[in-house]
Each structure stands twice: as C-alpha cells, then as structure tokens.
Design a protein around this ligand. Structure first.
Ligand code: ADP
Ligand code: MG
Length: 294
C-alpha cells in the first residue's frame, strides 16, 4: 500500500472511532482471517452485578459477602467492582483488607479481621485453601454456571466458605458484529478465563461455535500462537490485563477504549467506544485500503 493510501485510511479510522497505532497496522488488519474474542468486557459489557450469595461450612451469606467485599475493594477487576459495591450497599463500612495480592486470571488474596481470605475461580480457591467444596455448595455453583453466571468462591481457614454469584450481559450489537464478521469470511473464536457454562451461554447468544473456557492468561497466548502455526492470521480483541500478552502475540491486536491501560498499550488498534461492530468496520476499512492501491 502507498503511504498516502494508508494515511487516508488512518484518518478515516479516526472518524469511525478507531485509534490506529501506525499506518502499517492497516496492512496487517486487511489480511486477518480469524478473530479471537475475549468474553468479559469485550463480548459482554463487563458491568457485573451480584445476583446471589451462598454461605457454607459454618459461614453465613452475610459473612461471605462482607469478607469478599473487603478484599475485592482493592481490585480493579469488573467482578471485584460488583462484589465491593454489593458489600458497601449491605454493610456501609467495609473493613479495610491488608496484605492484598492479585493473582491475574485467578482471583485475589487479602487479610480481613486477622484471617487470610482468598476469592476467585472455584478450582483456584479450593486448591489455595486445601478445602473441599461441599455437595450443596457444588450444586449451587453448577446451577449458577449453567445459567451463564460466574460463581466466585470465597475461602479462609482451610475451607471454601461460600460463593458470590455475579453476572453481566452481552453488549448490544455483539451478535450483529459476529454475523458481519462471518459475512466477511472471518472465523470467530471465544476465549475466556471464565467457566464453561458462562462461556457457552454467551457464545450461543452471539453466534460463536468455537469456545475455549477456563484459560489462564498464558494459555490465551498459546492458543493464539497455535492458530498462527496452523496458518491462521489472527486478530485478538480484548480489554483486560489478562489479554495483554495475547494482544501482542496476535497478527492484529484490538483493544477496547473502555479497557485497561495495559491492554490498550499492547494493541495495534483501539476501539474508542468498545462497540464490537467498529472492529468489523476496522477490518473492512483495512481491506478497502489494501485493495484500492493494488
Ligand atoms: P476473562 O478472560 O473472561 O476476561 P479473567 O481472565 O479476568 O476473565 O478472569 C478469569 C476468572 O478468574 C474469572 O472468571 C474469575 O473466576 C477469576 N477472577 C479473576 N479476577 C478476579 C477477582 N478480582 N475476583 C474474583 N475472581 C477473579
Ligand atoms: Mg476481559
């Protein structure tokens, strides 16, 4: 492509709300054939609310929410915002947690009332505490996940003490964006650290057939790399700290303007509004830019 054509394309992108890191980005964008999408905050709004709280092993639901909210008030994750907000609504004053630690893609740790608390992915919390998940709690978790929600386990003192269930919604326009990607001959793939039930429910709602769930950030990178080694030209769309490495690995990294700074810095294109239909506009614009100058 000529520098002038690329310059014009970049200007057109800005009008569409697409921030383009450099003119060469359009050449790569015009050649992608596979689009890997993060779920939370990319295909869904990422604006979570708490829909249920369950206590177990001697802890009641109030205690589980209060303790989880104290730790989550120190995290930037969308799940954390929901749990902290619910805690503030129920208890007004939350105890300040100390010794906070964020395990990206897994959950958080902190000390509350002199007790070490972990909150996050169910399997991770079980292994961190060494605690089993009792049968009733397992049933509640399975039911929540089957409905498309995310169950966050909360544990302390060698036991999994309960779960906080959170849920968000598919973004308006997401299903439309996926349909338009298909019309362009692109293959969409959903990639998420979240549980399989939530992942499949979102995939079905927007029309994606291929789903990789429960992946940790390093696996997001290796899935992109595997697709590339099979000959795919991969665009990755994401918003989180956990997506940064995969955005950098992809042939084209697209971030949400509503996402984290690290995701934006690791990407080639930023969609200012976070609207997925604009990602399709970006790829169409790039293809047109390439074809006008050939
Ligand atoms: P996604 O790939 O859907 O954007 P993440 O990789 O950020 O999700 O997180 C994967 C999973 O790790 C979440 O579904 C949740 O179970 C857990 N998790 C991550 N961060 C937190 C947190 N701050 N509090 C609780 N759970 C968390
Ligand atoms: Mg995300």
């Amino acid at each position: 492509a000529t520098p002038t054509a690329l310059m014009a394309g970049t200007g057109r992108g800005a009008q569409l709300g697409i921030l383009i890191r450099g003119p060469q980005v359009l050449e790569r964008a015009g050649r992608v054939d596979t689009v890997v999408l993060d779920k939370t905050g990319t295909v869904t709004t990422g604006v979570m609310t708490v829909t249920d709280v369950v206590g177990s092993v001697g802890a009641d639901a109030d205690r589980v929410l209060e303790v989880a909210a104290s730790v989550e008030s120190l995290s930037e994750h969308p799940i954390a915002h929901a749990i902290a907000a619910a805690g503030r609504t129920s208890f007004r004053n939350l105890t300040q947690a100390t010794d906070f630690d964020n395990a990206a893609g897994h959950g958080v740790r902190g000390r509350v009332h002199g007790v070490d608390v972990v909150a996050g992915r169910v399997g991770w919390v079980a292994s961190e505490t060494g605690g089993d998940i009792d049968t009733d709690l397992r049933d509640r978790i399975d039911a929540a996940e089957a409905s498309g929600a995310t169950a966050i386990a909360v544990g302390w003192g060698d036991a999994v003490r309960g779960v906080v269930v959170v849920a968000d919604e598919v973004k308006p326009g997401a299903a439309d964006a996926i349909a338009r990607l298909r019309e362009l001959g692109l293959t969409p793939i959903l990639l998420t650290g979240d549980n399989d039930g939530a992942a499949r429910s979102v995939a079905a709602e927007v029309g994606i057939d291929t789903v990789h769930s429960g992946v940790v950030p390093e696996q997001k990178v290796s899935i992109v790399r595997d697709l590339q080694s099979q000959g795919a030209r991969v665009a990755m769309i994401g918003d989180g700290v956990n997506d940064a490495a995969a955005l950098a690995q992809a042939d084209l990294g697209l971030s949400m303007g509503t996402g984290t700074d690290v995701a934006i810095e690791s990407s080639d294109l930023t969609l200012m509004s976070g609207d997925l239909r604009v990602a399709v506009d970006a790829i169409r614009l790039s293809r047109r830019t390439l074809s006008t100058i050939r």
